[in-house]
Design a binder for this molecule. Structure first.
Ligand code: SF4
Length: 429
């Protein structure tokens, strides 16, 4: 079965899944309205009995009976509407499953399938194993880049496949600008990483900044409520899908491959994700969006090995003991990392600690439920006083992960002095 056929089948599976979801919601709603109407029926019975035995209180009971009857009739109408909706959703779900069955029968020539959901997962796994064919078959490839270590390897990998398949012009690198919540020079770094291969580079920006969002809410986001990721990154990237689809102007559904630098080894939650998945939220009749974790199986050591051997540019934050190029103060970062981030801000004369402390103080809500940024800053101050300012050398990240020899070779190929190494990010040596 060729890649185009597989992609078409995935769209049928997506529609069948969506119809099943709508059916499940309609079913739940129909049950809820039935139960409410049953309660109203019991209420009606109560007031009928009360009215027939009321004696002197008859007028009050009759009025209550009248109200109970009106309520029952209204709820019966709601129940009828819910039942009709359930009927429509049932028909739509059957039709969508039939469409999938027909498309499958035509493509698979008699081989039975294991249900549209299970079949979609198999199709996706198969497609993830043929990256070059996949890139050739889709209409556009977006590569989400934070500028961090996983992103730089992701961009390198996609650009290499793009070059090998003659599809470089399909690729666009997308960077969500965190507008001051991140480290200096990150946007420029992401752009340089993309331009190295001649790729188109797009920056998306939320109308809100991290701190304006926190001030408006009166609280910091947390792991359960990652509004920051949705507001500052995902929602903005989603708008781009609409623009890309419109610019393609295909007159039929476009297929967009959206690549993310997520790795299984990063966390148990991430390890449960799949290489390739349908983005149900971003897909619609105009576009099928597939999320591709194209560096999913790489370990942290693999990432650094590739950075060293391919001479990929990375941010000097990694040369300190900060493991991720996220927001300077990431709500998911452990206390220790935030302490080191604070010391690094002082070393580089950044006013991020002051700005965040001001907001924490003004809204009266701690940065996390375990500790405040005031605690973080106090510990950073204590360490700076005891040990002096944070110290690092260019290439320390490669030194730690790959070895001294690899770091020396990397720096030699870069051919930059310490001053020039940091100046690329607007930082003083
Ligand atoms: S890096 Fe951390 S704080 Fe910044 S948007 Fe992502 S989750 Fe939120």
């Amino acid at each position: 079965m060729n890649v185009t056929t597989r992609l078409r089948l995935l769209e049928y599976a997506r529609l069948a899944d969506a119809a099943d979801g709508a059916l499940a919601r309609a079913d739940a709603q129909a049950r809820a309205t039935r139960s409410t109407r049953d309660d109203a029926f019991a209420d009606l019975g109560h007031w009928m009995h009360a009215a027939s035995t009321a004696g002197d209180e008859y007028q009050h009971a009759a009025l209550a009976l009248q109200q109970a009857l009106a309520s029952y009739q209204r709820l019966a109408d709601v129940e009828r509407a819910a039942a009709a909706r359930l009927q429509r959703r049932t028909s739509a779900a059957h039709a969508a499953r039939d469409d999938f069955d027909r498309a499958w029968a035509k493509a698979a020539r008699g081989v039975p399938h294991a249900g549209h959901s299970a079949t979609a997962l198999r199709l996706l796994d198969g497609l993830a194993a043929m990256p070059k064919e996949l890139i050739q078959a889709v209409d556009a490839v977006t590569v989400q880049s934070s500028g961090g270590k996983d992103s730089v390897v992701l961009v390198d990998r996609l650009a290499t496949w793009g070059q090998q398949t003659g599809c470089l012009d399909k690729l666009v690198v997308v960077h969500a600008d965190l507008q001051g919540a991140d480290w200096p020079g990150v946007r420029e770094l992401a752009e340089r990483q993309a331009r190295r291969y001649g790729l188109r580079f797009v920056t998306v920006r939320s109308p809100k900044t991290f701190l304006s969002m926190v001030e408006a809410r009166g609280m910091f986001p947390d792991a359960q409520n990652r509004l920051c990721t949705a507001t500052l990154k995902r929602d903005e990237a989603a708008k781009l899908f609409t623009e890309i689809t419109r610019a393609l102007g295909l007159g039929e559904q476009a297929v967009i491959l959206n690549c993310l630098g997520i790795r299984a080894a990063e966390s148990p939650a991430r390890s449960r994700k799949r290489h390739l998945a349908i983005d149900k939220r971003a897909s619609n009749q105009n576009r099928l969006v597939l999320t591709w974790h194209a560096v999913f199986d790489l370990t942290e050591a693999d990432i650094w090995e590739q950075i060293a051997s391919r001479t990929l540019e990375y941010h000097p934050v990694y040369d300190t003991l900060i493991p991720r190029l996220s927001c300077t103060y990431c709500i998911l970062a452990p206390f220790e990392v935030l302490v080191e981030a604070t010391r690094l801000c002082w070393l580089w004369n950044l006013d991020t600690p002051t700005a965040y402390l001001d907001v924490e103080d003004r809204i009266g809500h701690r940065f996390t439920h375990k500790f405040s940024l005031a605690d973080v800053v106090a510990e950073a101050r204590r360490r700076d006083q005891a040990d002096g300012p944070i110290a690092f050398e260019p290439g320390d990240a490669i030194r730690r992960h790959v070895g001294e020899q690899a770091a020396a070779a990397y720096l030699e190929r870069l051919g930059l002095s310490r001053t020039a190494y940091l100046a690329r990010f607007g930082l003083a040596a």
